[in-house]
Design a protein around this ligand. Structure first.
Ligand code: NAP
Length: 302
């Protein structure tokens, strides 16, 4: 492989092996490993590993993407966990291609995705995303297990969701590992029969009626010792997190694709009277994707 150092080659091979056994944003069954970038091909994600430049805060050539996200500091705030939202969008703002997020981000987006999961105590996704992306149990890359252990985190993170309808099948992939029961937050008026059907495979907590009360969810997670929640969307859940001013960090990958279509932008829902300001903490570029990390500026009046 021309121009690829032994260390990078080793890193690439290890990552490819790990990632083929992990779910991508939307997993494809087969992965083509190549150099250089080519547009996504239906049913056959393309995996390539160009060097990554850090452009902000200052320029560094060839950074380790996963390590960047693993090293970031994330501490609880006011008794609740630090909340990261992680999304990928096309340059025209689409969040899904044919209903799923796969194909928007390239391989470094996937590295960031798994590193963020490895930095989390809880991975949260709205019920719409769980269903659309056919979520399974969270898996931790072998190379991140020691990092989690050093941070006092068991492997893997707990997968959590919020749902009014609790419309999940008990044999859905999300429930497929009995050692990793998902945590479902729902409402006191959720359908009792569905709750009864899911109780053998999930831990179910009712918080609020009509809507799951998200501030109470995060307060409860804080009481359980959760320090960091990574929210993987979707846009409807993100919109509520923004409305409640619960987002501390926003990680976004911009894939160089124009998709149009009807998918939501990265957040939608009730607007906010005083938009929260964010600071660009880091910007990475791999020749294809831009990977940005924004942190809430809580000192700013919005
Ligand atoms: N590009 C990306 O990075 C990315 C990331 C994630 C998702 N996506 C895409 O986004 C789409 C799914 O997003 P979405 O916005 O439709 O759905 P979503 O935000 O994942 O989930 C919405 C659902 O979550 C439940 N929910 C949310 N807030 C709630 C609350 N306060 N109380 C009770 N239940 C609540 C409801 O579930 P019930 O209907 O069960 O009551 C609601 O219908 C998919 O196409 C997916 O591929 C893209």
């Amino acid at each position: 492989m021309i121009g690829v150092s032994d260390a990078r080659l080793k890193h690439v091979v290890r990552a490819v092996i790990e990632m083929t056994s992990l779910s991508f944003r939307a997993a494809g069954p087969r992965i083509l490993v190549t150099r250089g970038w080519s547009p996504p091909r239906r049913g056959r994600p393309t995996l390539c590993w160009p060097a990554v430049q850090r452009l902000v805060p200052d320029r560094i050539d060839d950074v380790d993407v996963a390590q960047c996200y693993l090293d970031d500091r994330r501490e609880p705030i006011d008794g609740r966990p630090w909340v990261v939202v992680n999304m990928a969008t096309t340059i025209d703002g689409a969040t899904a291609l044919e209903g799923r997020s796969g194909g928007i981000g390239g391989p470094n987006d996937h590295l960031a995705f798994h590193a963020l999961r490895s930095a989390a105590d809880v991975v949260l996704a709205g019920a719409g995303t769980i269903r659309a992306e056919n979520y399974g149990p969270v898996r931790v890359p072998d190379s991140h297990v020691a990092v989690r252990a050093a941070a006092g985190r068991p492997a893997p993170a707990v997968l959590a969701s919020v749902s009014r309808s609790v419309a999940f099948e008990p044999d859905a992939r999300i429930f497929s590992d009995p050692t990793q029961r998902p945590l479902l937050f729902t409402v006191t008026d959720a359908p009792a029969a569905r709750i009864a059907a899911l109780e053998p495979v999930a831990d179910i907590v009712a918080v609020g009626s009509g809507d799951v009360d998200l501030p109470s969810v995060f307060a409860e997670l804080g009481r359980r010792g959760v320090r960091c929640v990574v929210c993987e969307g979707g846009p409807a859940l993100n919109g509520q997190l923004i409305a409640w001013d619960l987002v501390d960090e926003w990680c976004t990958t911009i894939g160089p694709i124009l998709a149009s279509g009807s998918s939501s932008r990265a957040a939608h829902g009730p607007g906010v009277a005083a938009p929260r300001g964010f600071r660009l903490d880091r910007l990475l570029y791999d020749g294809r994707d831009l990977l940005a990390r924004y942190v809430a500026d809580r000192s700013a009046t919005a």
